[in-house]
Each structure stands twice: as C-alpha cells, then as structure tokens.
Write a protein that binds this ligand. Structure first.
Ligand code: NG6
Ligand code: CA
Length: 507
C-alpha cells in the first residue's frame, strides 16, 4: 500500500515536471514581446519588387516576405525624398511641420529633437534593446561637427542603444562609418575635415581631376572624389576610415547579422532599424552581383539588396527567433533612374517599370513619389495575404506602441495595428504627403494636388513633379495612373478635398 502511494506520488511529480517542461518555453515565448526588424530601402519603387508586378527583375527574398506575409497595395512613405520620410517614420510627425526636414547635407545638425518621442524610445520604454544599422540621413551634432571627436547628439540620443551608420547618403561626404558617435577606423594623425561650400586646398575634385574618376557625374556630384566616385561635398583626410563602396552591402549585413545573433540570446526583445543604401546612387554592386540583372548597376544593386534580405531572414531563422519577430519592409521614397551619375540605369532599363503603372517618381507629388512597397511579415502571426488598407509609415509609431502595450504616439501617427497585422482592412482616411517642401492630399480613393509654380518635369532626372498652375484631382480607384484631372468636372469633390487639406495643414 505504502509502496503504491510512493509510486503514485513519484509518477505524479514526474508528470508535473514533464508538463511544465512542455509548457514552459511556450509560455516564455508568449510572454516575450516580439522582436521587430524594419528593413527600409532607399529609392526602391513600387514596381521594383517582383511580388508587386511581374517583370524582368526577380526579387525572390522580398517576394518571400510579400507572399508569406501581408503585402500592402496602398502603403505610403510620408515624403518623396529621404530625410522627411525618415523623420516622419521615426517620430510619427508630418515632415512639413519641421522646416529642417528636407534633403540634408552630411554636415547638417540632428533634426529630431532629443525630447521628441520616437519609435526606438517608445520601444526602449517597453524593455526593448534598439539599434540602427545603415543609412541615417537625419543629421548629426548641433551645427559645427568635429568628425574627429565624439559626434553628439547622434542616433543614440533619440532612442537607439546602438548605432552603426553612414551619416547622410552614399553620394555625400563624409564617406565613413560612424559607430555610436565615433568615426570607425579613424587615424588621429589623419583627421577628417568636411565642408559643403568650399574645397580644401590641393584636394582633387571631379572638375579639376576628371582623370581620377571611375564613375562619371551627370548633374551635381562633382566635388570630392572617393574611390574614383565623385561626391556631393568636400572632404579631406580620414583615409583609413573611408568605406569601400562595393563592400558596403556586406559590411552592413555583417553588422546586422552579428546584432541579431547576439540579441537572440538576450532576455529582452530587440528592435533593429536596418535602412539600406540600395538602389540610391552611386550604385556600386559588389563584383558578385555585377552584370547579374542585365539592367546595369541599378538592377544589380536591387538583386544585391534582395540577397542581403535573404541572409537576414536566414539569420533570424537559424537563431530560432523567426516566429517571434515582426519584419516590416518598405522604401523611403519612389524610384529614380538617372539621379546624377551616368550608370546605364536609363539605357539598360528595357521593359522594367520601377514605378509600376504609377505616375511620377522620386521628388514627385504624383503617386510614384510616395506609394511604395510595404510588407509586414510575422511567421505564424500574420496570415499571408494582400491588403488594400491605406497605411503610411507615419502610423508605425502608434501601431507598434499598441503592439507592445505602450500608449506613446506622435502627433500625426494613427494606430493601425489591426491593419498591419491583417486583422482589418481599415486604414487611415486621409494623409498629407510631402515632396521637396510641397504638399498634397491623399484621401479615400482620391488625390488632390494644389497648384505649384515650377517645371512640370525635372528634366535631369526626367520625372514629372506634379507642378501645375491648376488644381489637380484624381480618382485613384478608376484612374491609378492619374491621367484624368477631374478638378473642373467634379468641383464638389475638389472643394471637399481642399477643405480637408487645409484642416490637416492648419494653415
Ligand atoms: C539630390 C541629389 C541626388 C540625391 C538626393 C537625395 C544632386 C543633383 N542630386 O540633391 O543625387 O542624393 O539629393 O536623395 O545632387 S535621398 O533619397 O537621400 O532623398
Ligand atoms: Ca531615398
């Protein structure tokens, strides 16, 4: 009898141990907030991802996210250029509220106020570790930066625990990586100086020494030469710190992989903001990708970026955290072919359509300026599908806050979490988008562009900017290509749109 009691006691204990061993990891997994990886391309168009449009360029790793996640057909960047889009994304604030939110030189001060709420700050308050690895372009320091000292404020002062960045763009000096406010690999005996107005005596430029160039400039981009590529701005010194352009994709990938691997072992969830430089100019694919697209360097760097994304995905999978990681994929603005260098982007395009059927491109108030590929992917949590919900990058702050249990937001950010997770088709109603300091309204199925002076087409980049002496009104449902201006035939709708636009703009 006693023996039997002991037996049942021991088997009972074993059962409890067995059951708790089975349920424990699941419980922990459920309790741990999801990691968030935001992959942000630079100038990638709505039609550059093959999941968005069957074309000659194949992007299998982007397609995997799109086809096994949620592919948005009405996903928008906040601006048709880089800095304003990034500002809006991180702060949930319309970029036109901040007059400094425009394409910045490499010497510009940080335009995010260190008191402002940001996505990484909000996540940090919820126990996240946060990092930015890639292109920054939101300014650094307070005005006059000494690149040989700690540069402050930097991304670490607006919510990132860790930052490994390029300051502005690949075509702007300084052409160095900056980690947590310090230039990487800098030799103190060869200090860096940067100036956007005048050259340093005796330093070669694209104008004085064209024989040093391996890439030719088309417009702009004729100041200092680094690695044979003419840049915007003048730079002197810092030889050992200069990046290698063709290795940039590998460089950021290695940093991204190392961060994911390290944080996958941490008890805290992480947020990795991974803004990539492709396919912005100068397009410098690693030799492994050279000629692979048949479309010249622009196509090649898109294939390179696609490969990087596949590697990041694999890293998450191998670290065993794919099921607990929300991946968001988008682009900062629409596409451009010739953005200042002769690189065959126009000549070798063939039948590829970077903007899909959309009108305009980078810099434009027409749809292709801001309507971009937009994907959310979360294995096991987001059902694969296509969403027509109207979502914008400005909404990520409030939506991610809702995901992780924070009530933080930005002044213009809407909580669209259910739309981002595919639980609802309900997006936002209206949005005032920006393009080179001009603004326009997108509301319901409609787009309204107020009159603006200036050329209809920017000839150097060959993009229709949206300027006109008249109001322009389009019904995007019937006319996604924006071919028929309904401003005169539908005056009621025009008035309604004007009113809404002024309400939001508040001026
Ligand atoms: C423009 C540059 C362009 C690109 C852009 C910024 C010239 C003539 N053009 O001024 O090449 O660098 O700025 O692009 O200099 S963005 O995607 O970062 O906004
Ligand atoms: Ca851009």
């Amino acid at each position: 009898m006693q023996k039997r009691n002991y037996f049942s006691l021991i088997s009972g204990i074993l059962w409890i141990l067995f059951l708790s061993a089975c349920t424990q990891p699941i419980k922990e997994e459920q309790q741990k907030k999801p990691n968030i990886v935001f992959i942000y391309l630079d100038d990638l168009g709505y039609g550059d991802v093959s999941a968005y449009k069957s074309g000659t360029l194949q992007t299998p790793n982007m397609d995997k996210l799109a086809n096994e996640g949620l592919r948005f057909t009405n996903g928008y960047a906040s601006s048709a250029t880089c800095t304003p889009s990034r500002y809006a994304l991180l702060t949930g604030t319309y970029p036109w509220r901040n007059q400094n939110a425009k394409i910045l030189p490499g010497t510009a001060p940080l335009i995010i106020d260190t008191a402002q709420m940001t996505i990484p700050k909000m996540l940090r308050s919820q126990g996240y570790e946060t990092a930015v690895i890639g292109k920054w372009h939101l300014g650094l320091g307070t005005g006059v930066v000494d690149w040989n000292q700690e540069i402050s404020p930097n991304p670490n002062h607006v919510g990132f625990d860790h930052s490994h960045i390029l300051a502005a763009t690949q075509d702007r000096v300084p052409t160095v990586y900056i980690e947590n406010g310090r230039v990487v690999n800098l030799d103190p005996n060869d200090p860096i100086s940067v100036d956007y107005d005048k050259n340093f005596e005796g330093e070669p430029t694209a104008i004085t020494n064209p024989e040093l160039l391996t890439m030719k400039w088309h417009h702009g981009h004729n100041n200092s030469i680094v690695n044979g590529i003419p840049r915007i701005g003048f730079m002197k010194g810092g030889q050992s710190a200069k990046w290698s352009d063709v290795d940039m994709a590998d460089h950021f990938l290695e940093k991204g992989k190392a961060y994911i691997k390290e944080k996958s072992r941490s008890a805290e969830p992480f947020f990795l903001f991974f803004p990539m430089q492709q396919p912005h100019v100068p397009r410098t694919p690693h030799p492994r990708f050279e000629g692979k697209s048949g479309m010249g360097p622009r196509g090649d760097v898109i294939l390179e970026a696609d490969w990087v994304i596949g590697e990041l995905y694999k890293t998450l999978e191998e670290a065993g955290i794919l099921e607990n990681t929300l991946i968001v994929f988008s682009s900062d603005n629409g596409p451009v072919l010739n953005d200042g260098y002769y690189d065959d982007a126009v000549e070798k395009l063939e039948d590829h359509t970077p903007a899909g059927v959309l009108r305009g491109g980078k810099y434009s108030l027409f749809e292709a300026g801001t309507k971009v590929p937009f994907i959310t992917y979360w294995k096991g949590n987001i059902q694969p599908g296509v969403s027509d919900a109207f979502v914008t990058q400005i909404d990520l702050l409030a939506s991610l806050a809702a995901l992780v249990g924070s009530s933080a937001s930005g002044p213009d950010s809407e909580n669209l979490l259910d739309a981002f997770l595919g639980k609802s088709q309900q997006g936002r109603e209206s949005f005032v988008l920006e393009a080179t300091t001009r603004t326009a309204l997108r509301s319901g199925d409609w787009a309204m562009i107020p009159p603006y002076p200036g050329p209809a087409v920017q000839n150097q980049v060959n993009i229709e900017l949206g300027n006109s002496t008249d109001y322009q009104l389009f019904n995007l449902k019937d006319d996604p290509r924006q071919q028929t201006n309904l401003a005169t035939s539908n005056p009621e709708k025009l008035e309604e749109m004007k009113k809404k636009y002024l309400e939001i703009r508040g001026d």
